[in-house]
Design a protein around this ligand. Structure first.
Ligand SMILES: *Cc1c(COP(=O)(O)O)cnc(C)c1O
Length: 434
């Protein structure tokens, strides 16, 4: 259930007609529904009722400050993977002791920032990283609270680009080596072991891989405690999948029951890092049809959004539902259409052969399930501006990320002095002067 529904034939975000937002901010734009963010967070949190948990929203899924603050006000912590995300979480009002710093390649600068901020936990993914963190912590005169991310070698059965828990992936240390790595960490000044972490991938639509991974970490907790390590927190990562269309997925309640069954008695605080399941269906991308084009063999709707704005179809072959903002008449005949952007790449395609009602230029379309891993991945490819993000709350809406216009991008491209003049004569003169 989300809060993008037709009212009197007009698609609304909560109570606000999307056409009204489009008229005010232009297209394309991202639109998030506060009610959906709140509902998803609450449903997820309720699934763990009674367990000692900390829910750290995975900021990389949607790092908009207003989105983060909406979740922080409900009690969410943050899982961050860069100094930039750490900054966003703090600005959004997430308490430092609700922040977990993850990632396979933290720089020393980022480690220092995380320690200075006083984050709850830093998840370390290799021995060289552990060494570096120890040095940074000692230099700062503090100890780093550390969990080691283990790689449980399970197949998450998701898209290869977002599977992270197989032994051949770059993530974590092999679970079979945990004993050794923890011993090393325990002997290191500046390092304080607080827990263990695992994250096997994203858009996982089957509970079995989670179960396999959690059984392994449960056994590891026992082994590591027997070795004398204080394992107080067990970070089980994120990854719960969501429906992009009608595909069946486990509910947060089913996931919660599984976590409770497997890990309810490990006597650890359980850290959860959901991203997509909270934000995915809380956002859409609204785009306008520029032209209807009859190709030799296909019908194209050319829209003003492109792969630079929403990369998932091009990157992951993702399928996003698309609906017209003005509801089609009941008797409208569907036609198979390709919904494509203006960029000169065939990959710039939002849908192929998608049955849609008749469209014409200027119609608005909503690309659904665009609240996670969409705006955060946008680029200015083709020198296109970064599009605005809008947050709706009941009958109110606000721009929560302004357009970053091309002029702003150009202002960050200084010319070297030997190219100060556009004239070719300048080049000849420069050569002569050398
Ligand atoms: C990406 C990521 C998450 C969030 O994954 P979702 O599929 O969005 O829930 C959580 N933890 C870590 C370490 C991640 O890299």
């Amino acid at each position: 259930m989300d809060h993008f529904q037709y009212r009197d034939g007009e698609l609304c975000a909560e109570s606000v007609p999307l056409a009204r937002i489009a008229a005010e901010v232009g297209t394309p734009f991202y639109c998030y529904a506060t009610a959906t963010l709140e509902r998803h967070y609450t449903v997820f949190a309720d699934a763990f009722e009674g367990l000692d948990t900390l829910i750290c929203f995975a900021v990389k899924a949607n790092s908009n400050i207003a989105v983060l603050r909406t979740l922080a006000r409900l009690g969410a912590g943050a899982d961050v993977v860069s100094g930039g995300e750490l900054k966003r979480a703090l600005v959004a009002g997430v308490a430092p002791d609700g922040i977990v710093f993850s990632g396979v390649g933290k720089t020393r600068q980022e480690m220092a920032e995380a320690l200075a901020a006083g984050v709850r936990q830093i998840n370390v993914e290799s021995e060289p990283e552990l060494e570096a963190l120890g040095e940074v912590a000692r230099a700062a005169g503090v100890t780093a609270p550390v969990a080691i991310r283990v790689n449980p070698d399970v197949d998450a059965r998701t898209h290869a680009k977002i599977a992270t828990g197989k032994s051949e992936n770059k993530f974590g240390v092999a679970w079979t080596r945990a004993h050794e790595v923890y011993a090393r960490a325990a002997a290191m000044d500046g390092i304080d072991i607080v827990g263990i972490a695992v994250h096997i991938g994203s858009q996982i639509t089957d509970l079995e891989p989670f179960r396999d991974a959690y059984v392994r970490v449960r056994d590891l907790v026992a082994t590591l405690r027997a070795d004398g390590h204080p394992i107080e927190s067990l970070d089980v990562g994120g990854g719960l999948g969501i429906p992009y269309g009608d595909d069946p997925v486990p509910s947060p309640a089913e996931y919660g029951t599984m976590v409770r069954t497997l890990l309810g008695d490990v006597d650890c605080r359980i850290i959860l890092e959901p991203g997509r399941v909270i934000a995915g269906n809380a956002g859409i991308l609204v785009t306008r049809v520029l032209y209807m084009k009859e190709g030799a063999t296909r019908h194209f709707a050319i829209v003003d959004a492109a792969m630079n704005d929403l990369l998932r179809p091009a990157l992951y072959d993702a399928v996003h539902a698309i609906m017209p903002v003005t509801e089609a008449a009941g008797e409208a005949r569907l036609q198979e259409m390709d919904v494509v952007g203006p960029i000169c790449e065939t990959g710039d395609t939002f849908a192929s052969g998608r049955p849609l009602p008749p469209l014409e230029a200027d119609d608005l379309l909503a690309i659904r399930t665009a609240g996670a891993y969409c705006a955060v991945m946008a680029s200015s490819y083709n020198s296109r501006p970064l599009v605005p993000e809008v947050l709706v709350n009941g009958d109110a809406f606000a721009v929560v990320r302004e357009t970053i216009p091309v002029d702003t991008l150009l202002a960050h491209e200084p010319l070297p002095d030997w190219l100060a003049s556009p004239a070719t004569a300048g080049r000849r003169a420069a050569r002569a002067a050398r």
